[in-house]
Design a protein around this ligand. Sequence first.
Ligand code: 3PG
Length: 307
Amino acid sequence: MKTILVATEKPFAKQAVDGIKEIVEKSGNKFKLLENYTDKQQLLDAVADADAIIIRSDKVTDEVMAAGKNLKIVVRAGAGYDNVDLEAATKRGIVVMNTPGQNSNAVAELVFGLLVFAVRNFYNGKSGTELKGKKLGILAFGQVGRNVARVAKGFDMDVYAYDAFCPKEAIEAAGVKAVDNQDALFENCDIVSLHIPATPETKESINYALVNKMKKGGIVINTARKEVINEAELIKLMEERQDLKYITDIAPDADADFKAKFEGRYFATPKKMGAQTAEANINAGLAAANQIVDFFATGNKKFQVNK
Ligand code: 3PG
């Protein structure tokens, strides 16, 4: 019998937790839950007897893995796994997986919730603009980017995308106009939606020079990661260009500064909300549980990310 720990500082919806518990117990394993923890020590204690952990944006560092003496597998219920120390996991022989695509519709829907809010001036009673006919640029055409494109078509937007790792033909096959590089996306589009992962290459890549390519009234919306933004440069640019808006689901480190300086042009959700729906939690949480059960039963490593 394996102990499968769900460790989520930001908890799943109850239906997801119930579903995970059922999968774990039906497979003859033990379910353990740590939710809403406020201190790293709680995670270190909880992982001590765990063979597997299901996490969200929770940080799984070498210290956490060292505390999990029996740990064989970490599954990030979601897409981005920049919160897991992959090198440390590999050294320790721990398999790390994600659950790609399971929460992408939820993130895509939030993009439009935030965009309507932005173009209607944060619902301040003043006349705004519409999304219809506007040029939307999608930076990275993965699962979330594809869902954003699908919803954007419903708004009758003119949809463009760039992805360094996805061939133009694949973008065009999805009915989206492919551009040659990210500069062209910013130059051409009224709104740019960020869907790049946080990697050494993308870190702080959304900078002064790039965003300054946008036309008057440009909006950057970030439902990806705060690390991709060069915060100091974006602040400098927004000081110089009163027409730009920055809307984000991941508050920057300089949130207070942005708030104080850019009233009516800046909005950050109080906590990352993109994947915070019952459906996304159920999809990603249950997928994570099934992947772990299958891994222990058959050795299946299909979604491993630390190869
Ligand atoms: C992801 O990478 O899957 C999303 O950013 C969702 O993150 P969350 O599970 O912390 O809401």
